[in-house]
Write a protein that binds this ligand. Sequence first.
Ligand code: RIB
Ligand code: CA
Length: 304
Amino acid sequence: MAQKVILDVDTGCDDAVAMLMAGHHPALEFVAVLPVHGNVHLEVTLENTLKLLSAGKLEHVPVYVGANAPLIGPIIAGDGDQIIRLPFPESSIQPQEHHAVNFLIDYYMSGEGKDTIYMPIGPLTNLALALRIEPKLAKRIPKIVTMGGAYIEGNTTPSAEFNILADPEAAHIVYSSGIPITMIGLEVTDKAEIRKNDVKRIREIRTPWADAAAEIIDIIIDIHLKYPGRTGGIVYDACAVAAVIDPTVFQAKPMHIDIEINGTYTRGRTVADIRDRKKLPKNVEVGTSIDREKFLDILYESLR
Ligand code: RIB
Ligand code: CA
């Protein structure tokens, strides 16, 4: 039976590739998508999500619009790289009337979601709001697999990864909720570079969704090649989807993680007790590495 997933997205080029994988890999059933603020303002993450679903032949996936701002902190837009409108035609898909937060509560509290993995690949605002409205939700979500965080070094500040910094209070609520979390952070995604040659192979697949993915990954590579030391692009959110499709693609270590919400220089850090100094409950399965070749195989397989 296919593994059901809900994606909470701030589309975003890499979110777009993640959605194509979730929608087309036979091992997954893409239950719903929840656009939230993040890489860009909500109007654009929504517009991009709808365009992608049409271009990727995923019009059947219901869209529930989520939060347009973090719980407390300011909206932080991406670093310029992610401020992008996807290069696809406008979509005629209409989002659902229900708000993403209400959808999450209804879906999981009804028991329908007992086997559905919740995959936030943007800021964690939607789930944090849902948990505040319905605390029992924490016992109803079987598992979270998320792209976010970093236990060594951030990408938006030296301490913080973007998705966590974009709403640290929300991340604090989610990471302390007791829901089992697998964190695919920067230590994993940095090892999954996609290069121009790999895109050539994606183009050879010749499905509309492979073509869409190739176009997006080309944009990501062109941006990331400008960074010193990079030989390809990082398609962050795709790594989290690959980790659900085939958990043997990545290595992980259980750790206790707290979210820094106060630090002047460290706000948004996923503070990981790497050596278990404090002997606190290990609330997160933290990704430490990924097999790049296997990741690419999963990507190709998704796009076929
Ligand atoms: O830090 C990378 C993450 O931030 C990705 O999810 C990207 O889409 C942005 O949301
Ligand atoms: Ca994202």
